[in-house]
Design a protein around this ligand. Structure first.
Ligand SMILES: Cc1cc2nc3c(=O)[nH]c(=O)nc-3n(C[C@H](O)[C@H](O)[C@H](O)COP(=O)(O)OP(=O)(O)OC[C@H]3O[C@@H](n4cnc5c(N)ncnc54)[C@H](O)[C@@H]3O)c2cc1C
Length: 557
């Protein structure tokens, strides 16, 4: 049996995972595991920017208020305060590490207005902010000679007596299964956007860490809250950053009307994302769309500004929509984008399972509550990646290396062997398509009981069918047919928690909108949903929201 050891194992090499790794104290033997090369993590695709109250006229308190309001009062206010207070020093540190932030006329870091924000506080590197951050972070990881296992695929957690003692992984290059034991494990495995048929997310975003933690007994929190981004391309869900509206872009319908004036007369296109997505979908549903889309008009910004501030957006629009935004508006529509929910953690990244920590998009602290503000997710990865690192240092101090049994690896060998030895059955890609279609149709921007009941039943059925997939490729080396089958099992697991949470929550809050239960219901539903794995599907329970000083109010933009 193959077993290796590291003091700390971090799964995920996006911003969260690498930031946590950098925080490890001297002498700590840390390894980072990733199914793709670190700079191909989805963090690198982030476009619009990262929030921090940097200017004298702004304040972390006002950032916190905007975030609480954006969360539709479901975010935990203690966690939000920590994030907003610690943001400015983390931004300065990123700049010292070499991130080339765009500059304002006074040569300070430039900041653009973003949705739901009362002040322009989104720092950016043109429209390639994630790319700039991720490369700087990877340089720091290389400088510190952190051990990185690339193209290693997480298959399970090693848990004994309720304590997390490591992970099992598939080394994709050799096809070999490996057990990695550790005093602490950090999950930084990103979001699950690919549960949906169309998504702005990379193909790798299948929520693997969430599914693995959930199966091992860690609770998932607030899974029904899925962010639909207002501006994605129809053909493939590719994102057109909110920064294009931050720079002054407007939304129009088929009649040329700037329709946001009806829905959010003050903030207009820069209302929070849930509000803008619902407004667009209403225009489309009521027949004022253009071929299933609305139009994002950037023409008035002029060629120079588009080329300087939004060069990548222009490229994407030309390549994938055949429109040059300098000349014509871009057709856009709401698309699955971000998972507000995830593995339940505290403000130091600790899950309820001793030895397991999590951060970034796979975790739920919760700083985004029912709706995330643009620019707060990149911030979360860095603030809470760092904090998880600090907490892990404390946790492993004086702790001996665990000695888990061999049966964990043996169980995974059996699982893979069963998948590989089947000579017929359903193909994973077709089942993925079926699941994604159900999620798009029934668990989208607008939801109701009938659709959600169907989705719950269908997700359950698809999950059962996903247990007996047919892997046609029988080779060991880089068998992506096999890893896609494992990903299929993960998305099927998560889809059940999303649909079940949404069916149970009989109110509208943030991104969760029930046609059959209009209005927010603080008396009954200002609480977090927890989903625990059982053989019969998710078991739901609820926990209180932490309120410090912001009492719930009606949300208007
Ligand atoms: C197109 C796009 C644009 C965005 N723009 C912005 C923006 O402008 N501002 C903002 O704040 N947010 C933005 N977001 C959201 C933000 O980028 C992400 O939430 C954030 O970067 C997630 O970082 P992470 O570290 O949690 O995970 P990721 O960067 O997604 O990294 C996940 C890591 O986990 C690894 N992993 C996953 N599964 C496995 C497995 N089974 N085995 C081994 N490794 C595994 C992957 O290899 C990867 O290294 C955007 C998101 C998208 C999709």
């Amino acid at each position: 049996m193959t077993m290796i050891s590291h003091d700390v194992v971090i799964v995920g090499a996006g911003l969260t995972g690498m930031r946590a790794a950098i925080e490890m104290g001297p002498g700590v033997d840390v390894a980072v595991i990733s199914k793709v090369h670190p700079v191909r993590s989805h963090s690198g695709a982030a476009q619009g920017g990262i929030n921090a109250a940097l200017r004298e006229e702004d304040s972390w308190e006002s950032h916190a208020y905007d975030t609480v309001k954006g969360s539709d009062y479901l975010g935990d206010q203690d966690a939000i305060e920590i994030m907003c207070r610690e943001a400015p020093s983390d931004i300065r540190q990123m700049e010292h590490w070499g991130v080339i932030f765009s500059r304002a006329d006074d040569r300070r870091i430039a900041q653009r207005p973003f949705g739901g924000a009362g002040y322009p506080r989104t720092c950016y590197a043109a429209d390639r902010t994630g790319h700039a951050l991720l490369h700087a972070m990877y340089e720091q990881v290389m400088k510190r000679r952190v051990k990185v296992y690339t193209e290693w695929f997480l298959t399970s957690l090693i848990v004994e007596n309720g304590e997390c003692q490591g992970v099992t992984v598939l080394d994709m290059a050799s096809g070999e299964l490996v057990a990695v034991r550790a005093k602490a494990v950090v999950f930084a495995t990103g979001g699950y956007g690919r549960v949906y048929l169309t998504s702005s997310n990379g193909l790798v975003n299948t929520g693997d860490g969430m599914a693995v933690a959930y199966r091992a007994g860690a609770p998932l929190m607030d899974m029904e809250f899925v962010q639909f981004h207002p501006t994605t391309l129809k053909s493939n869900g590719v994102l057109i950053t909110e920064g294009s509206r931050g720079e002054g872009g407007i939304l129009i319908n088929a009649k040329g009307e700037r329709f946001m004036s009806k829905y959010a007369p003050n903030a207009m296109e820069l209302a929070s994302r849930d509000v803008v997505s619902r407004s667009e979908q209403t225009e489309i549903n009521e027949g004022r769309g253009v071929d299933g889309c609305v139009l994002l008009d950037l023409r008035h910004l002029g060629r120079d500004k588009i080329l300087e501030r939004l060069p990548q957006i222009r490229d994407l629009a030309i390549k994938f929509a055949g429109t040059d935004p300098i000349e014509v508006p871009i057709p856009v529509r709401p698309g699955a984008h971000y998972s507000m929910g995830g593995i339940k953690v505290d403000v130091d990244g600790a899950t309820p399972m001793p030895g397991l920590f999590a951060g970034g998009e796979c975790a739920c602290v919760s700083v985004h509550g029912a709706n995330r503000l643009g620019g707060n997710s990149l911030l979360e990865t860095i603030v809470f990646g760092r904090r998880a690192g600090t907490a892990v240092n404390r946790y492993i101090t004086g702790r001996a290396m665990p000695i888990p049994g061999d049966h964990h690896l043996a169980a995974q060998r059996d699982r893979i062997h069963t998948l590989m030895s089947r000579s017929g059955g359903e193909r994973g890609n077709l089942l993925r398509h079926e699941l994604g279609t159900v999620m798009n149709t029934d668990v989208g921007v607008f939801r109701d009981e009938k659709g959600l009941m169907e989705a719950v039943a269908k997700a359950r059925e698809i999950n059962d069918r996903a247990q007996s997939l047919w892997v046609m490729d029988k080779s060991r080396v880089f068998n992506t047919d096999l890893t896609e089958a494992l990903e299929m099992q993960n998305v099927a697991e998560l889809a059940q928690t999303i649909a079940a949470g949404a069916l149970a929550r009989k109110e509208c809050r943030g991104a969760h909108y029930r046609n059959d239960h209009p209005g927010r219901d603080d008396a009954n539903w200002m609480k977090h949903t927890l989903a625990r794995w059982t053989p019969d599907g998710p078991e739901l329970s609820y926990s209180a929201v932490t309120v410090t000083k912001y009492q719930p109010q009606e949300r208007k933009y």
